[in-house]
Design a protein around this ligand. Structure first.
Ligand code: SF4
Length: 178
């Protein structure tokens, strides 16, 4: 079950880390927000310190927005984790703001797009956030399917998804992410 969260504006996100200039979390130079808390506990996860929902720190969303606005070099925002969909309102607010300043938005999730479409049918916040994501890298990291040859993904089960088209047709629609 995906953690619920009311869809009113919130002021803080619980984060593990922020990297303001990554070249490995999607194409171009990207501002990456790592959420704290992950229910998936994938074997071989590279970020086990992000699993504990009470770990990390509370970051003001207004400060993240200010930092995004003041960074002229980045081409995109990536939300990673941890699990961004366990803080859907914070993810939505950040993704929506990124679009207002012309950034492209990528999100890494341990849920599959099928999980998320199912949730979106009854929870408006999941529809809202899926509409604000340009590229979704979905599914848990599966150690037995790990490959170093995959671009921007860790294991072969993970798909690169167009969430808007997936919502429209209610089925996983894959895309290129170069
Ligand atoms: S979904 Fe990501 S952060 Fe969570 S356990 Fe799996 S690999 Fe780690």
């Amino acid at each position: 079950m995906i953690e619920n969260q009311h869809s009113t504006q919130i002021k803080f996100a619980r984060l593990s880390n922020i990297i303001e200039d990554s070249i490995v979390d999607g194409p171009g130079l990207r501002f990456v927000v790592f959420f704290q808390g992950c229910p998936h506990k994938c074997k071989g996860c590279h970020n086990p310190e992000t699993h504990d929902f009470s770990g990390g720190y509370e970051a003001p969303i207004s400060q993240i927005i200010k930092d995004l606005k003041n960074n002229p070099l980045i081409s995109g925002l990536t939300l990673s984790g941890g699990e961004p969909f366990c803080q859907p309102q914070a993810s939505y607010q950040l993704a929506k703001f990124a679009h207002t300043i012309g950034l492209d938005v990528a999100v890494y999730t341990g849920y599959t797009i099928e999980n998320l479409l199912n949730e979106a049918s009854s929870r408006p916040i999941y529809r809202k956030i899926l509409k604000e994501i340009d590229t979704l890298i979905d599914g848990p990291f599966i150690l037995s399917q790990r490959s170093l040859l995959l671009k921007f993904r860790g294991s072969k089960n993970q798909k690169i998804i167009d969430p808007k088209l997936s919502l429209k047709y209610n089925v996983a629609v894959e895309k290129n992410f170069e």
